[in-house]
Design a protein around this ligand. Structure first.
Ligand SMILES: O=S(=O)([O-])[S-]
Length: 107
């Protein structure tokens, strides 16, 4: 099984500064509503089939969960579906929230 790449919140922040990045938030709806990485797509409101169509397989996809554990499994799933550059966000939203706010980027 291929190993899933990990991305730090700093790396994600740098990427977002350069332009849009596909981020999939796999947490529950209430957690997403309470705060999320800018422009992250909530899996709670986006069926997996829709995600598979929505995200381009050649583009970077970053999966975000609470603490960076379940995102590894989800990232593995997307990798198996043919996504070329899938990352799990290290430390999850918890780590993002400790370092950045949603206002860092305009949604
Ligand atoms: O979302 S989590 O598996 O990192 S607790």
């Amino acid at each position: 099984m291929s190993e899933i790449k990990q991305m730090t919140v700093q790396q994600l922040h740098d990427l977002l500064e350069e332009g849009p990045v596909n981020v999939l938030d796999i947490r529950d709806e209430a957690s997403y509503d309470a705060g999320h990485v800018p422009n992250a797509v909530p899996l709670s409101r986006t069926p997996v089939e829709q995600c598979l169509e929505k995200f381009e397989k050649d583009k970077t996809l970053v999966v975000c969960c609470y603490h960076g554990i379940s995102s590894i499994e989800a990232a593995m799933f997307f990798s198996q579906q043919g996504f070329k550059d899938v990352h799990s966000l290290m430390g999850g939203y918890e780590a993002w929230h400790r370092n950045y706010s949603e206002d860092d980027f305009l949604e």
